[in-house]
Design a protein around this ligand. Structure first.
Ligand code: AKG
Length: 301
């Protein structure tokens, strides 16, 4: 493979029809470079913006995966970013696990940064124009119509990370696709197709990889598996198709917005172990409704 073949395709001005036909339907990743052009958050969001608007919130920070590591106020976390970044040398080597703000893994137990950020962002972003307006099987709100700016999509999160922070290799759950919107800063993303699974570390072995082995300027090596890669610049949106493994390195202090979904066009077309079969969609749907109920109860209390 040439280095060009290893790059994820970059596109602009692409209709929902083409997105469904060429990427969602084919389970192929793509970067869309012009989908944030009308989003106000693209010119407003930065770590300092959140320090000003939500600084007093207590947030749970994670490490290079999704388990909780420590709690701080958001303001203290943002103030500490330069110190965390001092643990990355000029060659890209990272000498310790850096705290990463992702979505809360226990939103029912604590104030959830993603939910608060979503409220603050009302009217400042919209469904990316290349995404279909209807036909979502998950999350399903109203009659197949979902609006990610109103609905707490599964996996919805506003992520803040210092240069050198990483998200280790993983596959998103429930056979769902992910949208990763790079609002501020830069990230390097490596995507391994589902067929690579036999060459990748089994179960959670990859979580044991030592941080000393991480260099944000190097491609991760997992046996013979070859990833596609891309550098996400501010304004880019990456489509991560279902069952693709991904590992993400923060190259420059970053704020991203991300959420997951399943669309009708892929659900009944694909068969085999990586197809979002109706039972898994039903489970997703029930989980989602339960979460909505809990959130409503929490808000009413
Ligand atoms: O941005 C990151 O660090 C990880 C993103 C990710 O894993 C996702 O959006 O599913």
């Amino acid at each position: 493979m040439t280095s060009r073949d290893m790059q994820i395709e970059r596109r602009s001005d692409i209709s929902p029809k083409e997105f469904i036909k060429s990427y969602l339907g084919k389970n192929r990743p793509v970067v869309i470079t012009d989908a944030m052009r009308d989003w106000k958050i693209a010119s407003v969001w930065s770590p300092e913006y959140f320090q000003k608007t939500l600084g007093s919130m207590k947030v749970t920070l994670q490490g290079d995966f999704f388990s909780p590591m420590e709690k701080q106020t958001l303001s203290d976390y943002i103030a500490a970013l330069p110190e965390y970044e001092s643990h990355v040398d000029e060659n890209g080597r990272v000498s310790r696990t850096l705290p990463y703000l992702r979505y809360s893994v226990k939103p029912e137990m604590e104030q959830d940064f993603g939910a608060e950020a979503l409220k603050v962002a009302q009217g400042m972003w919209s469904r990316p124009y290349f995404m279909p307006a209807r036909g979502y099987l998950y999350p399903m709100a109203g009659l197949f119509h979902s609006d990610p700016t109103q609905e707490r999509y599964p996996g919805f999160g506003v992520y803040i990370s210092p240069r050198g922070a990483i998200t280790k290799l993983h596959q998103d759950g429930d056979l769902s696709n992910a949208i990763l919107c790079q609002v501020y800063g830069r990230k390097r993303c490596f995507l391994f197709p589902p067929e690579c699974e036999p060459s990748l570390p089994k179960d959670r072995e990859f979580l044991l990889r030592k941080v000393e082995d991480i260099n944000i300027h190097r491609r991760p090596t997992y046996g013979s598996a070859e990833p596609l890669e891309t550098i996400l610049e501010a304004g880019d949106i990456l489509f991560i198709p279902r069952s693709w493994f991904h590992e993400v390195y923060t190259l420059g202090r970053s704020v991203s917005l991300t959420y997951n979904f399943v669309h009708m066009s892929e659900a009944f077309k694909t068969f085999g172990p990586h197809a979002p079969w109706p039972p898994s969609i039903l489970k997703l749907h029930l989980d989602h409704q339960l979460r909505r109920m809990r959130n409503r109860r929490k808000q009413a209390a």
